[in-house]
Write a protein that binds this ligand. Structure first.
Ligand SMILES: Nc1ncnc2c1ncn2[C@@H]1O[C@H](COP(=O)(O)OP(=O)(O)O)[C@@H](O)[C@H]1O
Ligand SMILES: N[C@@H](CCC(=O)OP(=O)(O)O)C(=O)O
Length: 366
């Protein structure tokens, strides 16, 4: 059987893995494992990002009344992850396959060293034909340094392992022109890299145990597609949805975010997802903003810097913003903020951010 891709990341949301009463939907998990096992045996490398720990944990234990919300989430995640990974392990075992648990936190992506350690672990698992199952470590991630949800984590993982595509499974067929409950809502089948979010289409709600919502999915899918990785939003409750999307001669309902034909380097992908870890920021003038947003490969020279908004050291990730306050991009500083003025006077100015360590959020397409 011909498959569209040979390496994919699959993210399964809470509302696919759980029943309305919050307990794990074991038969659904089994069906998804059957599909992944079939793909794996036919040469498709699959990395799984699975929600469901918190949901599964709620069914295990009713916390004492004095347990606060954050502690409840930690308790349920710790209880539920065992249940969740145990089910996956048993079901993959029935196919003679081995899966492994990888728990991570957003902070692990802020340190290049941690990032590379995680990447090494993922590479080793895949080289040994083990199916990685990744989830956020909710026992630790309880504050603003949480991922918005596993949609964001799945984008980071897909970039990290250089997946050809990311498939995000939720309880709807994709992005609709209005909330799916609206009878006039229509499925958006394709989103180009220059398409914005459909006006007034996405409402902010998300599943009871989830965190993201469709807006997060849309934003992450666009960012990933820009980095050269195609993204499918599809319904994990539909039979054989994964094998249908992967099979070039099958039809399936989904929203596909077309990837850019220019894939970003590994370091640029890491920088792109590091917005939450920037230390400093600079304001650039109109000329520098236009140059940076053009399709040309340019570095940020000190001459284009109007203001140092937040101080930074050499090696820090910094935000680059226009005088309007709009973000242009992120980059790694080649020297600290207090050297910018001196560099401006130099005959041969050294770029504050070299192009190879620069990620531009918004480009002006000519
Ligand atoms: N325009 C839209 N198209 C599709 N879904 C939408 C839209 N606007 C809001 N939604 C809601 O987003 C939900 C999916 O997000 P979420 O609950 O976070 O899923 P998951 O738990 O799988 O991450 C859908 O169930 C739907 O109720
Ligand atoms: N780590 C959490 C993930 C929560 C989450 O992102 O949920 P969802 O938005 O449904 O994918 C859990 O396992 O419950």
């Amino acid at each position: 059987m011909e498959f569209r891709y040979s390496k994919i990341t699959v993210k399964i949301g809470s509302n696919v893995l759980t029943k309305p009463d919050g307990t794990l939907n074991v038969s659904r998990i089994a069906h998804l494992v059957d599909q992944i096992a079939f793909l794996h045996k036919n040469g498709v490398e699959v990395i799984l990002v699975s929600s469901g720990a918190v949901a599964a944990g709620r069914a295990v234990l009713k916390p004492s009344h004095k347990t606060d919300a954050v502690s409840k989430r930690q308790l349920w995640a710790a209880l539920g992850q065992v249940k969740l990974i145990g089910r996956y392990s048993d079901f993959f075992g029935e196919h003679g396959l081995t899966c492994a648990q990888v728990l991570t936190t957003k902070e692990n992506f802020s340190s290049r060293g941690h990032y590379l350690n995680m990447k090494n672990c993922m590479t080793t698992l895949l080289e040994n034909r083990v199916i990685p199952i990744v989830n956020e470590n909710d026992t630790i991630s309880v504050t603003e340094l949480m991922f918005t949800d596993n949609d964001e984590l799945s984008g980071l993982i897909a970039s990290m392992v250089n997946s050809e595509a990311l498939i995000i499974l939720s309880n709807v067929d994709g992005v609709f022109t209005a909330h799916p409950e609206n009878e006039n809502a229509e499925l958006i089948q394709k989103v180009g890299i220059n398409d914005g979010e459909p006006e007034n289409a996405i409402s902010g709600n998300h599943s009871e145990f989830g965190r993201g919502g469709m807006r997060t999915k849309f934003r992450i899918a666009k960012k990933l597609a820009k980095a050269g990785i195609g993204v499918y939003l599809a319904n994990g409750l539909k039979e054989n949805i994964l094998t249908k999307i992967l099979s070039s001669d099958e039809i399936s309902a989904h929203t596909f975010f077309e990837p850019s034909d220019k894939s970003s380097s590994g370091i640029k992908k890491w920088i792109a997802y590091s917005d939450g870890f920037t230390k400093g920021s600079v304001v650039v003038n109109k000329g520098a903003a236009a140059a940076l947003k053009s399709e040309k490969a340019v570095s940020l020279l000190p001459v284009g810097i109007v203001t140092i908004k937040n101080e930074f050291k050499k090696g820090d990730l910094i935000r680059i913003v226009e005088e309007s306050g709009d973000i242009i991009g992120l980059g790694k500083a080649q020297y600290s903020f207090d050297k910018v003025e001196a560099e401006k006077q130099s005959v041969k100015q050294k770029a504050l951010v070299h192009y190879d360590y620069l990620y531009i959020e918004t480009t002006t397409n000519h």
